[in-house]
Design a protein around this ligand. Sequence first.
Ligand SMILES: *Cc1c(COP(=O)(O)O)cnc(C)c1O
Length: 398
Amino acid sequence: MTLEEIIALDKKYYLNTFGDRLPVCFTRGEGMKLWDLDGKVYYDFLAGIAVNALGHSHPALVNAIVEQAQKFIHCSNYYYIESQAKLAQLIVENSCCDKVFFANSGAEANEGAIKLARLYYRKKGFPEKFEIITLEKSFHGRTLATLAATGQEKYQKNYCPLTPKFLSVPMNDIAALERAITEYTCAVMLEPIQGESGVNPANVDYIKQVRKLCDEKGILLIFDEVQCGLGRTGKMFAYEHFGVEPDIFTLAKALGGGFPIGALCAKEPVASAFEPGDHGSTFGGNPLACSAGYAALSTIINDRLYENSAVMGDYFIGQLNSLTEKYGIIKEVRGKGLMIGVELFQPKAVEVKLKCLESGYLIGSVGDNIIRMLPPLIVSKEDIDGFIGALDNIFEKL
Ligand SMILES: *Cc1c(COP(=O)(O)O)cnc(C)c1O
């Protein structure tokens, strides 16, 4: 089919939740590259929004999916599943958690985290502790509960009344958090580095104080590491940057390297609040998803891709900072590892994104002023140099 035919089909049959998409359709990918219908090559600096951590068509991931699909794709959680048990072990042995539950997406993993926090206190004899405090500018998903947790009105406003008992406070303001805590609070839920609002890292001191406050007040701390986890920020988990451990954290995006899977990860004794019948999923933890997850995560660990993320991230941010000095266009370069946001003085983020597309580079934009780069963790110095060269040309003409 031609691009025009595909667009016509989409407009006719697909719900218009994505509006006018970027006018391109990809047919295959390899490593950093994607090819469109005309054979034009693009370097993927968005990675499906932090999903394709290994780049495209990584042989370890492709082989794991093919091999599992040839054996069998799905069975119910009524039975034991080898790849599910092995992936859970891999996560536990490489993180601070003791137990794992698999879902199909980030929002679903967060739903599980919210349920677990409430259930934990209910089973401890505090059924009134059901309130969850989140941060302004956060993003936790599109289901009704995770929308309520999301501290951004633009996602929420048309779906009121929202699931009750969530409130959000400004980030890096410990006094505001302290004021918001009541006897009803069961958890604080936050992204240590916010993604969807344009890459906003929390302060180290703030996160340490949040941990301390939660301990003092008997409140659980939940980290949403759906975007910032799994090597994205230059460490395996973003919490490692802050010298604290959450009681619960959630993963998704990069976990399957492109195959949908999410994870709810919890420490004991919190994890044990979930007992038989308390939570479940038909597809969550299925053999195919967990085989993909095992291949993706073991590649991130064995190839030390989190280290490449740290080294390449520093280089990338350094190169962006030299563009800051060269042109008066950039207000701020933010981020850690390969989770990078560039705030422009002028509302030209969409224009820059489109120019990048023309030049064969895929990036994201957040609002009018921020461009966002989330390349695969395998990105090389040459790839970054190529992108910086393209951006340099684009800025020169702006
Ligand atoms: C993407 C994202 C989610 C939602 O994940 P889905 O798989 O789209 O449901 C939740 N939290 C954060 C921090 C995210 O970046």
